[in-house]
Design a protein around this ligand. Structure first.
Ligand SMILES: [Zn+2]
Length: 207
């Protein structure tokens, strides 16, 4: 299907872009995009493919729960059910999951959530850059994807399209694959800022 192939090519290009930014080391991380509604289907990164070598044929079609449809050449990422849960919970069109160092260090530093306010880059997450304070939620990691999905669902904040998984990475979603990837770049900038600010001005910023 041409449209499906177009999305698969976009999925591969986005994956290589995120790899080039250093956030998809080895086979880590995965990306998904809603490819059909009623019934909902997702295109999800295949499991076990080195991210720098990702091609359009490495996109796997899953159902609305992240289970591969019959006849797929590859297995989907083990984290596909988490992508499906986020899409279901917030109505996102695409989800990016990366093991960016900034996300893992931020979750370790602020296990109750990462506070953000007053930064221009927050507009990149669809947030206000003035006045309002936002919190990036943090959940504990789990090897059980149903358990991890439940934790993420219960911690989701509709005003903040980013959630951190402690000792693991982050999930970021958007209205398109491009939007989710752009938001991932903004999220990494903001988390790096908080970490570096904490090092440089820790006396004034002990929250
Ligand atoms: Zn992961």
């Amino acid at each position: 299907m041409p449209m499906q192939h177009g999305r698969a090519a976009q999925l591969a290009a986005t994956t290589r872009q995120l790899y080039d930014l250093g956030w998809m080391r080895g086979t880590s991380g995965n990306v998904s995009v809603v490819s059909q509604q009623d019934p909902r289907q997702l295109l999800v990164s295949a499991s076990g493919i080195a991210k720098h070598a990702t091609q359009p044929e490495h996109a796997v079609v899953t159902d609305s729960a992240g289970r591969a449809l019959d006849g797929q050449a590859h297995a989907p990422s083990a984290e596909a059910p988490v992508h499906a849960a986020i899409v279901d919970a917030v109505g996102a069109a695409a989800v990016v999951h990366v093991h960016a160092m900034s996300s893992v260090l931020s979750a370790a530093r602020w296990p109750a959530g990462v506070r953000l306010s007053g930064l221009e880059q927050m507009k990149g997450l669809g947030c206000s850059a003035e006045g309002e304070e936002y919190v990036v939620p943090v959940v504990r990691n789990s090897q059980d994807m149903a358990d991890l999905s439940r934790r993420i669902r219960s911690a989701l904040d509709p005003t903040m399209p980013v959630i951190l998984v402690a000792d693991h990475g982050m999930y970021v979603w958007g209205s398109s694959l491009e939007d989710a990837a752009n938001r991932t770049e903004s999220a990494d900038w903001l988390l790096q800022y908080r970490l570096m600010h904490d090092l440089v001005v820790h006396e004034q910023d002990s929250r």
